[in-house]
Design a protein. Structure first.
Length: 466
């Protein structure tokens, strides 16, 4: 398409799998997850939206905060403690399965929930029933985990909870995309990014105080999420849709899961880069609690304090990295150096943690890693938009596909990390070293992306127009 020709409106097509949510793999990536999801769910119909009140924004933020306390705390801390309580000898393999299996299930349930919510017709709206239903499902699953007598029951319970919370998260974000005008999106995204970091820290501190009462450790955060959700849905501006939804079939749905990388090479390289970087992040999350407790000989409560402190520092470094890199990359009109640099910084942070011998070293390594996450998250969102094949008028479809680059590593990363542990005879260091290498390779995958628009390319360049 020539530059002089009018551009078609960009937005979801009938084949788009809307509402397919990204899911956080733990505290380090929660900030990036929130910012990216809001960016990928932006409403592009051109229909003007009224500004929402500060009170309503507070409600949205509170709902996000409570959800992340219940959802991400187990990934970052509680689940590891519970697995060790049930099966201390087999904890390395068990925690990998407990994180991976729900992640694999969500690869299917998340986009399906998005499509079904689009087609929901009720007097309570489209998103509200799914949002509150997901919270209830999460509550039931959390209770099962707290009472689980075996690893099998724990995995079943956490799978139920994880699916439920991921559906609720998707509905909140889709709701935001439908009601937030452009001038308020950045503010809400910033607040949302902050609470996705603060929520797990609050949850970890709480969980550390109740490690000997597993039911309370899991059920109390889920109850908090339910109470806040009930308050929010009472005022939720989710209008009912009355028109009959159009037909949908398997072929239409499946197009939201694949693309031709030879036709869209820039999208392909972005996908590979993101997949590898998120695989590295999944390695750093899966065994972090066990590494700290083993290397520093700490109790569960002490481990919780250290992990929470690292999370607090992570808020500062992630926001610092995101703000500075976003501003400077716009000034320099370039993305590649920041993404490559983020991969190298992530590797440095993971290696620092891998060989740490003190709490200070762990905190420094974690801070370096979250700095990398902040840089990558800010610039990566921009590069996603830069490489969208505008000629196809299928932005929604391609954004959903790009989000799979986050979800697939989160699902299979723990299994790969568990395999490394088995081969390395229990060596957590090996997991972090391999993760660091993968992070660097992921950063390098950005390099082949075309600079400057070429006639044979169907995607845009990542060089920002002046």
């Amino acid at each position: 398409m020539k530059a002089s020709e009018p551009q078609p409106p960009s937005g979801p097509t009938p084949g788009t799998v809307r509402g397919a949510a990204d899911v956080p793999l733990g505290v380090p990536s929660a900030l990036e997850t929130e910012a990216e999801l809001i960016g990928s769910q932006i409403r592009t119909t051109g229909e003007p939206l009224k500004k929402i009140s500060k009170r309503y924004i507070v409600g949205l933020v509170a709902a996000n905060l409570a959800l992340y306390v219940a959802w991400v705390t187990p990934i970052g801390y509680s689940l590891s403690i519970r697995v060790e309580q049930i099966d201390p000898a087999g904890k390395n393999g068990a925690i990998a399965l407990a994180i991976a299996i729900p992640g694999i299930i969500v690869l299917i349930t998340s986009p399906l929930a998005g499509v079904l919510s689009d087609r929901t017709r009720s007097r309570f709206g489209r998103r509200r029933p799914w949002f509150i239903g997901g919270i209830v499902l999460g509550l039931v699953g959390s209770a099962i985990v707290g009472l689980a007598p075996s690893i099998l029951v724990l995995i079943v319970g956490w799978s139920i909870a994880y699916v439920g919370f991921s559906i609720s998260g998707a509905m909140l974000l889709t709701h935001q995309s439908e009601i937030l005008p452009e001038e308020q999106r950045g503010r809400v995204a910033g607040l949302g990014g902050a609470v996705t970091q603060i929520g797990p820290i609050v949850g970890i501190v709480f969980a550390g105080a109740f490690v000997h009462i597993p039911l309370v450790m899991f059920l109390a955060p889920a109850l908090l999420a339910l109470v806040v959700a009930l308050i929010f849905v009472a005022v939720m501006n989710d209008k009912a849709v009355t028109e009959t939804p159009g037909p949908i079939d398997f072929k239409t749905l499946s197009r939201g899961f694949y693309f031709n990388p030879r036709k869209f090479p820039n999208v392909g390289w972005v996908w590979i880069s993101r997949a590898l970087v998120f695989l590295a992040l999944s390695f750093s999350t899966t065994y972090g609690v066990y590494l700290v407790s083993q290397r520093l000989s700490t109790s569960p409560a002490e481990t919780a304090g250290i992990v929470a402190t690292a999370g607090g520092l992570g808020i500062i470094t992630a926001i610092l990295g995101a703000v500075l890199s976003g501003y400077i990359s716009d000034k320099l009109h370039s993305r590649k150096p920041f993404l490559v640099g983020a991969g190298i910084i992530l590797a440095a942070g993971m290696l620092t943690v891998a060989f740490m011998q003190s709490e200070l070293q762990y905190l420094i390594g974690s801070a370096i890693s979250t700095l990398a996450v902040g840089i990558y998250g800010a610039v990566d969102q921009a590069i996603q938009l830069d490489v969208l094949p505008s000629e196809e008028n299928q932005n929604g479809r391609f954004m959903s596909i790009i989000q799979l680059a986050n979800q697939v590593p989160q699902a299979f990363g723990p299994l790969i990390a568990g395999g490394i542990i088995a081969i390395a005879a229990g060596g957590y260091t090996a997991v972090y070293v391999v993760g660091a290498i993968i992070g660097v390779v992921g950063a390098a995958a950005i390099i082949p992306i075309a600079v400057g628009r070429r006639s044979q390319d169907s995607t845009t360049s990542i060089h920002v127009p002046r």
